[in-house]
Design a protein around this ligand. Structure first.
Ligand code: 5CA
Ligand code: ZN
Length: 413
């Protein structure tokens, strides 16, 4: 599927350090490329049923920063992202609003593309709609069935059986809890909360996730090797990441609400399919709140990129406001975030136009920004380095402007 227009990224002299990121699975900072010259990134895409909110924007911006830091370190980056364009929440929203689910998905994907473009987020090389991959996913599930990792649960109200993943069948490269480092009680609670069905009768383990849903009356369906139905959630990301990037990938990314069950189970499926870990590192962004609650489509406390842009916000200021927080922190958006970013940007812009100060220090500032970004994407540290240069009389050289553009995605002038 078409992604979106790529922003220009200036070529900057020299190279930055290799980025180190925090891996949820080990709890440690790691170089997820294992020293390779190639970095493979998979980031979980949107479920397209409501406009891009600031939580989504912050998450994609964090991985955009990682992509920029890898490029700056001289690595080849391959990036794939899915869009979950068929799933229960999308279908429920379409039914609630009395619209066609495919039209809803198409319009929201379009809006997402425009928002990502406005924020100058690097597009994935491969932007993959789940509805285009159903046959491939079904083949993978059929393979899991043949190898004993998938089992059927009788489903009286449908033509065929639903298929579930057996979390207790051992694989060499994954065991339940490996990636999320959670205990069973926490996993049960989160599973119930985040799309799982621990109470479904007939499962071997309440935590076993759905791999394939047999067709029900009135639901979208595809005719596949498994009969008519549609895929479960976690398997889509394992199959798309493996097919498009090859396993193990460097980083599996997304918000911290995906640690369990989504990334845990995706890793389990990948291990059962390919006898490989899914990723060298699992990297998670914090949750952004607004009015005291995590921003979420279901809660309705949305601050959308589109809404801010329609109110006349400079997209660079939205970007700078988000970069001023650590990607891994949970934090709350206040309207003052934007006004403070606007002020900061105005100071940076007039610094760049003034051209005054000592040019000698510019190289130190460049090195400082590079070091901060490479250190687990410390963008607040990088922003502070620019602030210090602005306040301290460093001259804003063309190289510095390009470096800020290349790493932070903000063109100052
Ligand atoms: N389609 C699935 C992933 S396969 C999905 O989670 N879609 S989503 O639209 O719900 O979320 C898209 C991305 O935004 C995910 O990485 C999710 O973790 C992240 N996200 C959602 N809400 C927030 C929030 N409030 N703050 C930060 N990131 C968020
Ligand atoms: Zn995913």
């Amino acid at each position: 599927m078409r992604a979106w227009e790529a922003p220009s990224v200036p070529d900057v002299g020299g190279t930055g350090p290799r980025p180190v990121v925090h891996d949820t699975a080990t709890g440690k900072p790691v170089d997820p490329t294992h020293g390779d010259d190639r970095a493979a990134l998979y980031v979980c895409g949107i479920t397209p049923y409501d406009a891009t909110h600031l939580g989504h924007a912050a998450t994609y911006l964090a991985f955009d920063t990682l992509g920029r830091a890898w490029r700056d370190a001289g690595l080849d980056v391959e990036y794939a992202q899915n869009t979950t364009d068929v799933d229960d929440p999308l279908l429920e929203r379409a039914t609630r609003d009395g619209i066609d689910w495919q039209e809803l998905a198409a319009s929201q994907i379009d809006l997402f593309r425009r928002d990502m473009e406005a924020l100058r987020i690097l597009p994935p090389d491969d932007y993959v709609a789940v509805t285009d991959e159903v046959e491939r996913i079904a083949e993978a599930v059929a393979f899991l069935q043949e190898t004993g990792y998938a089992y059927s649960v009788p489903t009286p109200d449908s033509a065929g059986d639903d298929l579930y993943f057996d979390v207790n069948r051992p694989t060499e490269s994954w065991a339940l809890g490996d990636e999320s480092r959670m205990d069973r009680e926490t996993m049960l609670a989160l599973s119930a909360d985040r799309g799982g069905d621990p109470d479904r009768a007939g499962k071997r383990d309440p935590l076993d996730p759905l791999l394939w849903r047999a067709a029900r009356a009135g639901e979208p369906r595809w005719e596949t090797v498994l009969g008519e139905g549609r895929p479960g959630w976690h398997i889509e990301c394992s199959v798309i990441a493996g097919d498009r990037l090859g396993l193990p990938i460097s980083v599996q990314g997304g918000g911290s609400d995906l640690v369990f069950p989504h990334h845990e189970m995706s890793a389990g499926h990948a291990a059962a399919l390919a006898h490989q870990p899914l990723a060298h590192a699992y990297v998670h962004t914090g949750m952004i709140a607004y009015q005291g609650e995590k921003i979420s489509k279901s809660l309705g406390n949305l601050v959308t990129v589109r809404g801010l842009l329609d109110d006349g916000a400079d997209p660079r200021a939205i970007r700078l406001a988000l970069l001023s927080h650590r990607y891994s922190d949970d934090w709350e958006w206040f309207d003052a975030e934007l006004s403070s970013a606007i002020r900061r940007l105005a100071a940076w812009d007039s610094w760049a136009t003034a051209g005054a100060g000592h040019a000698d220090d510019a190289d130190d500032v460049i090195a400082r920004i590079r070091a901060r970004v490479a250190d687990d994407l410390d963008t607040p540290g990088a922003v502070a380095a620019v602030d210090t240069a602005v306040a301290g009389g460093t001259r804003c050289t063309p190289e510095l402007v390009d470096l800020v553009d290349a790493l932070l995605g903000i063109r100052i002038a």
